[in-house]
Design a binder for this molecule. Structure first.
Ligand code: SER
Length: 546
């Protein structure tokens, strides 16, 4: 079954069952500052759950269905593997004070098994926690439909959704798995989460479901990855015969779609917010592919999506890409020329090269290995103060090197590392780390899933240290001395050499080259977004600063 047919079948299935079909909203959320991009189908419907708008008045029904264009850049560094995408479409059915759990589950079951002919592997329901009770009702409904179905129970991390951003509608979920892959998330929106994390009952409780179109097509077409579905066939054919590795081919395919939709919804590359995300996506492919290839990829996107998405304008997309390419090359050239002229460097000049031309810090350090990093970081912080005062820029700093957010995440990683050791025990040590402007990722040795209490304890400890406004400083000392002082972290085993250790107040001492913020007070609020296994004995945390 082709993706076009799957789209059609989804919409008509719900239309026949009393849902009004609503077109996708823009990837840029309207009147919603909680997120940079539309990340879920429910986003355009938030006012209907909050009692601010009436579904009956606007749609002639309490129920709607849509296929929503969505952008999630949280996992941007992971794009290139078999399943991560920055742009995807979400099939969803919604109810605002209309039907509740029984209908929602029955519709989902019927659509999956009858319309799509898929076999459900298992489903999950919410196991209960604090003030939110176990979802026995959903379990019973699933069992009444199919007594042999496996129903697994999980806590907040897996079976509770929302809010997007700091506050908003949220609730327990039930999820459908096919071939061990999560396919459909059915959210029972019944709470509003306030900024202080407390819950109150929602004005209009209702249903919010989301099913990634790409994943559904993948299981229906029985192909191993989303990139093997017909949604990507034109894009992947372009590079099929080239010697590029799979990761690069997928990055080009994914980013070409994301860029096309983001530009067509009115965003232009720039240095902050969603404009900066677009610039990152653009520069990532511009750095790796020549323009001819990029042009063919955009053509392939238009060939696939032009009919279903009239807003896509190939010429405009290519024009913006061309402009960005020129700016990118010009900035790099200018920066390199400035750098080549210099015989010595001070921290202000280094910072200027870094922030104005986007020259990576590594390139600067290659020429001037003795660059005073502590002075450089002072410049960085000064710059942060200025930007806090007036410009409200979310992502400033180097475009290619380390941005202000990445520096913040770097310091936060040190706090997290020590907090994990204090909460889980001294057997925890770092196995890897990866930072983007959107989040930190930290891999560490630990044998089991963390409990909700442990995660909360780690969050609280990190946030307490941020509130304490601890100063960050470093010293270069012999390795043996650093070890004696109890420094943690990854380091190269070179005895006799001096190593750099960073101190965050008296809380953390860790081997590291920097850069870091000057004081933890600038970090914001720390939150663990995900905790999962990487391999036996190694866990991974993804966390964000809000
Ligand atoms: N809002 C939920 C999600 O994004 C279901 O649509 O998964």
């Amino acid at each position: 079954m082709q993706s076009e047919e799957i789209r059609q079948r989804f919409l008509s299935f719900f239309e026949k069952r009393g849902h009004t079909i609503v077109p996708s909203a823009s990837v840029v959320p309207e009147n919603d500052s909680s997120v940079l991009f539309t990340t879920a189908g429910m986003q355009q419907f938030k006012p209907y759950y909050l009692g601010k708008k009436e579904a009956m008045a606007d749609f002639g029904s309490k129920n709607t269905a849509s296929i929503q264009k969505s952008v999630r850049t949280f996992d941007i560094e992971e794009v290139g593997d078999e399943r991560h995408l920055t742009f995807f479409e979400m099939l969803g059915n919604f109810s605002f004070g209309g039907y509740w759990k029984e209908e929602a589950i029955k519709y989902a079951h019927e659509f999956m098994t009858k319309e799509m002919g898929l076999e459900i592997d298992y489903v999950t329901v919410f196991e209960g926690e604090d003030r939110v009770p176990e979802d026995k009702e959903s379990e019973n409904i699933w069992k009444s439909i199919d007594p042999n179905l496996t129903v697994k129970k999980f806590g907040r991390a897996d079976n509770f959704w929302g809010p997007t951003g700091e506050e908003g509608p949220c609730g327990p979920t039930t999820e459908i798995y096919v071939k061990s892959i999560e396919i459909w998330n059915i959210v029972f929106n019944e709470y509003y989460q306030n900024k202080d994390k407390t819950l109150r009952p929602l004005e209009t409780k209702g249903i919010d479901t989301g099913m990634g179109l790409e994943r559904l097509v993948m299981v229906v077409q029985k192909v191993p990855t989303v990139f093997d579905t017909d949604l990507f066939s034109g894009l992947m054919q372009l590079t099929a015969k080239s010697p590029l590795d799979d990761k690069k081919k997928r990055i080009l395919a994914d980013h070409s779609r994301a860029i096309s939709f983001i530009i067509s919804d009115g965003i232009r590359p720039d240095n902050k917010g969603r404009e900066y995300i677009l610039r990152r996506l653009l520069r990532r492919i511009l750095a790796q592919f020549d323009m001819e290839f990029i042009r063919l990829s955009i053509d392939a996107v238009i060939a696939k999506y032009g009919k279903t998405h009239k807003e896509l304008k190939g010429d405009l997309i290519l024009e913006i890409i061309d402009q960005e390419r020129e700016q990118y090359i010009a900035a790099l050239n200018l920066g390199m020329r400035e750098l080549n002229k210099l015989e010595s460097i001070n921290s202000q000049t280094a910072f200027h090269l870094y922030s104005s031309y986007g020259l990576p810090l590594d390139v600067i350090k290659d020429k001037f290995p003795d660059l005073d990093m502590q002075a450089f970081e002072k410049e960085f912080s000064k710059h942060q103060e200025v930007s806090k005062l007036g410009m409200e820029q979310k992502f400033k700093g180097g475009l290619l090197g380390t941005s202000e957010m990445e520096v913040k995440y770097h310091t936060t990683t040190h706090l997290l590392h020590e907090a994990l050791r204090q909460v889980l025990g001294k057997e925890v040590f770092q196995k890897g780390s990866n930072i983007t402007p959107e989040r930190l990722r930290f891999d560490f040795s630990f044998v089991r899933k963390m409990t909700e209490e442990e995660k909360r304890a780690v969050e609280e400890l990190v946030n307490a240290k941020i509130k304490e406004a601890l100063p960050v400083s470093y010293e270069d000392i012999p390795l043996e001395e650093a070890k004696k002082k109890g420094a943690i972290g990854l380091f190269e085993e070179k005895y006799g050499d001096k190593v750099r250790v960073y101190k965050v107040g008296d809380f953390s001492l860790e081997f590291c080259g920097g850069p870091h913020v000057e004081n933890t007070a600038t970090l914001g609020k720390f939150k663990i977004a995900k905790e999962e296994a990487v391999s036996t004995g190694t866990r991974r945390i993804k966390a964000v600063l809000e």
